[in-house]
Design a protein around this ligand. Structure first.
Ligand code: NAD
Length: 480
């Protein structure tokens, strides 16, 4: 295993890297050991104001920089990220916990997002409308919304900020971003790559601090025109209220999910197990599109649970810096008791533990890959997002019954189905209330495809051409 040097954490405001210098700091913890690895400086109110003024000032010139020139800088940053991926990924494993075999690829995916989105910024086309006013020209143009405040969580410290930063910058917006205080290293490296690629000062600013204090301050700032948040539905609701109160500010909300997986009787069960074990335990299940509620046709339920539990139990769990490990610790100390509470509740209501169900180790925040079978509908885990390495199963016998169950919760982010019938696949795709549907695969979060939810999973898409809309306003001009 490699050494554990983590590097110094800073604020990045108006092109300047600002260290502790008398500011309050917060320990960043390695979740594999529970030990501190770095000290994160919190922004003062003056720092936040400075970041907003820098973003406002820089917006004046960045918005009129051509999309072609903006794309050149962002694409150069993508190349720099690729060159530095091994080191950035190692630090991501240190603060987030995910295996190095997931962290380094996440840096490459972040670079790919920067590349693709930079070019998509060159295609923010307008429209010409045939005028009913003789001699007039009617046209629609797209303009950047303005300085954006972004708030990102701890589960994907590279990909989630990369989506927000790239779409904002490619469309001509500037940004003040607050990464998770628990996993701050990757965003700082994205900012460094952009600076090294020639990004003008103030276009991107990175601040840290107590989440509620920073978000309240930034959202209320006059200079901020839009907010974008990824995190829990509860926090999303609070921020949406703040955005409305602060002046009906635009908002994109990527919130929680509780993805159903429908395994029909004609599914290729071995394929479903292979795909879903990987999808479930990736990042120890701390993924908003993680497959969680497995509704399995009664005729194949036991075979599916048996195979799934065996594959889950065979995963190598441990410190993510060890390249052999397939699942690391949970990202913070809050997740382990949360898993224990949900497992105990389900078992007390009659669920059976097919594998796992316990902490993995006394050191660090580990929890075993877990499968709970025959979980009743009223169990907490059937209703609240576990956000951890626990899969739960229940049986069904009819299409109507399983769609009713899949759509029962107030969330609608990801959903999955396995069937060899094109008719069933089409019926699922039509009937399911979700922003994304994976049928016989889990490829639902790609650079060029829209990512977003319905119901309380939020609104607005990220990724794909749809992701650019969030950062653009529409202007209609009627010219005689
Ligand atoms: P949480 O809801 O307090 O925090 C989630 C994230 O939001 C953190 O990164 C945090 O820094 C940020 N946050 C919290 N309050 C904020 C505020 N007032 N303003 C701005 N940002 C704020 O709880 P948690 O314990 O970190 O996670 C619990 C749950 O959050 C999980 O069970 C999961 O449901 C959800 N979550 C979702 C995602 C996602 O990708 N959608 C990511 C992380 C967490």
């Amino acid at each position: 295993m490699q050494t554990q040097s983590y590097g110094e954490l800073k604020l990045f405001i108006d092109g300047e890297w600002i260290g502790t210098q008398g500011r309050t700091t917060e320990d960043v913890i390695n979740p594999a050991t529970g030990e501190p690895i770095g000290a994160l400086p919190h922004a003062t109110a003056e720092d936040l104001d400075r970041a907003v003024s820098a973003a406002s000032r820089a917006f004046k010139t960045w918005r009129v920089t051509t999309a072609y020139d903006r794309a050149k800088i962002i694409r150069k940053a993508a190349d720099i990220l690729r060159e530095r991926a091994a080191e950035i990924g190692r630090r991501m494993t240190l603060d987030q916990g995910k295996p190095i075999g997931e962290a380094v690829p996440e840096v490459h995916i972040s670079a790919d997002i920067l590349d693709w989105t930079a070019d998509e910024g060159r295609r923010t086309y307008g429209r010409v409308i045939p005028s009913r006013l003789p001699g007039a020209r009617w046209f629609v143009t797209k303009e950047p919304v303005g300085p954006v405040a972004g708030f990102t969580p701890w589960n994907f410290p590279g990909v989630i900020p990369a989506r927000k930063i790239s779409a904002a910058l490619a469309t001509g917006c500037t940004m003040v971003i607050k990464p998770s205080e628990e996993t701050p290293s990757t965003v700082l490296e994205i900012a460094r790559a952009l600076q090294d690629a020639g990004l003008p000062n103030g276009v991107l600013n990175v601040v840290h601090g107590k989440p509620a204090e920073v978000s309240e301050h930034l959202i209320a700032s006059d200079g901020i025109r839009k907010i974008t948040f990824t995190g829990s539905t509860n926090v999303g609701k609070q921020l949406a209220v703040l955005a409305a109160q602060a002046g009906v500010k635009r908002a994109t909300m990527e919130l929680g999910g509780h993805a159903p997986v429908l395994i029909f009787e004609d599914a290729d069960i071995d394929h479903a197990i292979r795909v879903m074990v990987h999808a479930k335990y990736r990042n120890a299940g701390q993924v908003c599109i993680s497959p969680t509620r497995f509704y399995v046709h009664d005729s194949v339920h036991d075979r599916f649970v048996d195979g799934f539990a065996k594959a889950a139990a065979a995963l190598k769990v441990g410190d993510g810096l060890d390249p052999e490990k397939q699942m690391g610790p949970l990202a913070n100390s809050r997740r382990v008791p949360s898993m224990e509470r949900m497992v105990a509740d389900a078992v007390s209501r009659g669920a059976k533990i097919a594998t796992g169900g316990e902490r993995g180790s006394n050191r660090g925040y580990f929890f075993q890959p877990t499968v709970l079978a025959d979980v009743p509908q009223d169990a907490i885990i059937m209703n609240e997002e576990p956000f951890g390495p626990v899969a739960v199963t229940a049986r069904f016998s009819s299409f109507e019954e399983v769609i009713g169950e899949a759509n029962r919760l107030p969330y609608g982010l990801a959903s999955y189905a396995f069937t060899q019938s094109a008719k069933t696949a089409a019926m699922v795709s039509d009937a399911i209330e979700a922003g994304m549907v994976g049928i016989n695969n889990n490829a639902i979060s790609m650079t060029e495809t829209p990512f977003g939810g319905v119901k309380q999973s939020g609104y607005g898409s990220e990724g794909g051409s749809e992701g650019m809309e969030a950062y653009l306003v529409t202007k209609f001009t009627s010219q005689s």
